[in-house]
Design a protein around this ligand. Structure first.
Ligand code: FAD
Length: 402
């Protein structure tokens, strides 16, 4: 039921990946008028496979996208940790931790989820591609916005859903160095040939402090290759992928297993992604008529496995609270933080603890990790582990439709 007294209906969202289109969906459903500006010329492809878990699954069900998600799932069966001779050291299957392990039943490529969210919003949302906000000036009545290409416009509210290096955050709250917390790792992911003929399977080779992996995707017709490595913050041009490829190549030069082949594939990858593994930690996600959603406000890093889920849930709560408050942004933004903050902090904590387990730093740690994984199915306290993981993903969500 649309609210006739709804205020602040015209809302600009920066970023069309996960958080942006998800927010646009809920805003339009409640009677707001969302506009999304995305700096890329089209929806961005690429990225890793992500798992829709816990509360994010409920949100996806309420959006009615679960059928599309189910169709696009990677159907991954599991993964193996291997040594330099490609000999299996430990296996982990989807069902090993009741679907709550490294791979889950609802694993989908980030780019595919972005397309699903775009499909359910394109008729109710104005999308502007190939553009970006250049300035935001707030006053009593709205936010005056200038763009790199479009004419200036005034919106009632502006939401940054523009990721780890958010533009809206920088324009509103200042330099990202105040909020970014480097966890000591870098990640690179890109599409490659499935040259090992993997069948819905992932292989991971962990050297001390470094990790390379490959998993089949799109019905095994291609693969995603990935590199993770430990490093203090590096200085490089974020818009120069050639420079970033050189960093990865240098880091893995001379290593064995399939690494030479994967480094070769990286050079021609159509969707090379490289970034630091970092958290965004802010004392407050909103200032006046501007707020943040997803990685822009509270990036939990890939080590939490929850970046996409937090963006989906954050979008749901932010839009829902705006609806509940009939568009009164002061009340809604405060409630949004109240509902979300503990959930965000819990997942950021898990990321900080998870790095050493995933990219084990020593041979002893690699051996211990593999041993633990091998024993998982037989542990009498396996149920407790599953429960603890499920608690990480849980948050009680209101049904804002009621
Ligand atoms: C191409 C791509 C690949 C990714 N791959 C991985 C990965 O392999 N592993 C991982 O852990 N995480 C990856 N991520 C991040 C992951 O998608 C997020 O952690 C999570 O899904 C939360 O999504 P988000 O919508 O908050 O932010 P993001 O998914 O980061 O999306 C931000 C969006 O904002 C856009 N944007 C940025 N600056 C501007 C601007 N100035 N104006 C307008 N739009 C702007 C970006 O182009 C992007 O579409 C990737 C993101 C992208 C965009």
């Amino acid at each position: 039921m649309k609210d006739k007294n709804m205020k602040n209906k015209n809302i600009l969202i920066s970023g069309a990946s996960i958080g942006g289109p998800a927010l646009a969906y809920w805003l339009a459903r409640y009677g707001f008028h969302p506009t999304v500006v995305e700096q890329a010329p089209a929806l961005r492809e690429g990225g890793y496979a992500i798992d829709i878990r816990g509360a994010a699954r409920l949100v996806s069900e309420r959006m009615g996208i679960m059928e599309a998600v189910r169709e696009a799932t990677t159907k991954a069966r599991g993964m193996s940790y291997v040594n330099s001779a490609n000999k299996v050291q430990a296996n982990m299957t989807v069902d090993q931790l009741g679907g709550e392990g490294i791979v889950s039943e609802f694993e989908i490529l980030r780019g595919d989820l972005s397309h699903i969210l775009y499909a359910v919003t394109k008729d109710t949302t104005e999308y502007i591609f190939n553009d970006s906000i250049t300035s935001l000036v707030q006053n009593e009545d709205g936010v005056r916005v200038t763009f790199r290409r479009s004419e200036p416009r005034t919106f009632d509210l502006v939401i940054g859903a523009d990721g780890l290096h958010s533009n809206v955050r920088a324009l509103t709250f200042g330099d990202e160095s105040q909020f970014i917390r480097h966890l000591g790792y870098y990640v690179s992911i890109f599409t490659a040939a499935n040259h090992m003929h993997l069948d819905h399977w992932q292989l991971v080779y962990n050297m001390p402090g470094k990790l390379a992996g490959i998993y089949s995707s799109r019905q095994n017709s291609e693969a995603k290759a990935m590199f993770y490595f430990t490093s203090p913050p590096l200085s490089y041009d974020r818009h120069n992928s050639q420079e970033q490829k050189e960093i990865v190549a240098k880091m893995f030069a001379g290593e064995g297993w399939e690494i030479p082949q994967l480094l070769k594939a990286m050079q021609d990858a159509p969707d090379f992604y490289f970034d630091s593994i970092s958290l965004i930690q802010m004392p407050c996600w909103s200032k006046g008529r501007v707020s943040l959603v997803g990685d822009a406000g509270y990036c939990p890093s890939p080590l939490s496995g929850q970046g996409t889920n937090l963006a989906l849930v954050g979008a749901y709560v932010l839009a829902g609270e705006l609806k509940e408050a009939s568009g009164d942004y002061r009340t809604a933004f405060a409630r949004y933080e109240e509902v979300m903050r503990e959930y965000v902090e819990r997942n950021q904590k898990a990321a900080q603890e998870g790095g050493q387990w995933f990219v084990a730093p020593t041979r002893l740690m690699i051996w211990l990790r593999n041993l633990n994984i091998g024993m998982l199915p037989y542990l009498p306290w396996k149920g407790l582990i599953i429960k603890a993981i499920q608690q990480q993903y849980a948050i009680t969500l209101k049904n804002y439709d009621l």
